[in-house]
Design a protein around this ligand. Structure first.
Ligand SMILES: [Zn+2]
Length: 356
């Protein structure tokens, strides 16, 4: 069973969940299928935070902080409780998001080319984001709160810059698009079952700060995500695992899609109509794998129907499968009928995951 086939089954399964139909009824291409060009006019800049260790740059070199002062060029990033480097988690999640967006036709520009070497100071990355002319830029990070285990502090948050920002272009970009995109990302994370952070002054998933240079130097709307707390055992386990990284990537992708296409897109209106007529919970659909009632993605299925746009909801339908069977279990879902019914939605995302 090759992995692209396993991917096909997964997406077919996601369609089945969305439509509340048996997967075997999906042999004909569903009207709901994404066609792979939904984001063809869009550019997204992805910035997986920090860098690999193979460089000789001075992290303490002083660079413009966007507020009239200076700050360190870069930091190494955190390490999770189990010893996984943040830069690697950021990189893997970013790769998944890139593939997901490209499968929908987006142009993706990235701040660094690999996870082995240098990726630029914070001001370099902000400049690259601005020069890319992206519709939205996303900096992907994960947090830490202590060297040892911290069982109290957990959850994701979005860093938003204190306004106004001295630079007029950055101020315009972050006060309008950036704030809107950050709020939609927060919503997407919550629909995906992630909990907003309960520390560091985070309010409803948003943390306002004036000491982070990226947003203050970036002339396109920027979303700055801290996916979770690598010091927290539960958050760390999600950040470290392929399944958890995929769920973060799905949340990130759906937040980006919601911002780029808006909540009223008609791309998959048919799916929306069908879905609104259904009272069947995905977890109760006989053709789907058993999903425990406590699975975050499953419990988030109800609010997901009322938030975001139809395309992002379709994508988020993959989450219950990841939760239920894990990456290694996906191949068990495969049948030829299901493979024929696969749409392009998120095709690259799973290819990337399964190839890694
Ligand atoms: Zn970081």
């Amino acid at each position: 069973m090759n992995r692209s086939v396993a991917f096909g089954a997964l997406v077919a399964g996601a369609l089945a969940v969305s439509l509340s139909l048996p997967a075997t009824a999906l042999a004909a291409p569903a009207e709901t299928a994404a066609n792979g060009s939904e984001l063809s006019a869009k550019t997204v800049f992805l910035d997986p935070g920090h860098q690999g260790t193979g460089h000789s740059e001075d992290l303490n070199a002083q660079v413009d902080d966007g507020r009239g002062g200076t700050k360190n060029c870069q930091t190494t990033g955190m390490t999770t409780l189990d010893g996984v480097a943040e830069h690697t988690i950021n990189w893997k999640v970013s790769q998944l998001v890139e593939s997901s967006l490209e499968s929908l036709g987006a142009t993706v520009v990235t701040s660094r080319a690999d996870d082995s070497g240098w990726g630029g100071c914070v001001d370099d990355r902000a400049r690259a984001a601005t020069e890319s002319g992206a519709d939205v830029a996303v900096s992907i990070h994960a947090d830490s709160t202590s060297a040892g285990a911290d069982t109290d502090k957990h959850g994701f948050h979005l860093i938003i810059p204190t306004l106004p920002i001295p630079d007029a272009a950055a101020n315009a970009a972050q006060s309008e698009g950036g704030r809107s995109a950050s709020t939609l990302m927060r919503d997407a994370y919550q629909r995906a079952g992630f909990t907003p952070a309960n520390y560091a002054g985070v309010e409803e998933g948003l943390q306002e700060r004036s000491d982070v240079a990226g947003p203050a130097l970036t002339g396109v709307p920027l979303v700055f995500v801290e996916m979770g707390n690598g010091s927290n055992p539960d958050d760390a386990a999600v950040l470290e695992s392929p399944e958890g990284q995929l769920q973060h990537a799905i949340a990130l992708s759906t937040g980006i899609i919601d911002y780029l296409l808006g909540p009223d897109t008609t791309v998959t209106a048919t799916e929306e109509d069908v879905q609104s007529d259904s009272s069947t919970d995905p977890g109760e659909t006989a053709s789907t794998p058993a999903i425990t009632a406590s699975a975050p993605a499953a419990t988030a299925s109800a609010p997901a129907k009322s938030g975001g746009n139809a395309l992002s909801r379709l994508l988020s339908g993959i989450s219950p499968y990841v939760e239920a069977v894990g990456v290694g279990g996906l191949s068990d879902l495969v049948t030829e009928d299901r493979v024929r019914s696969v749409s392009n939605v998120a095709q690259g995302l799973l290819k990337q995951l399964l190839a890694s």
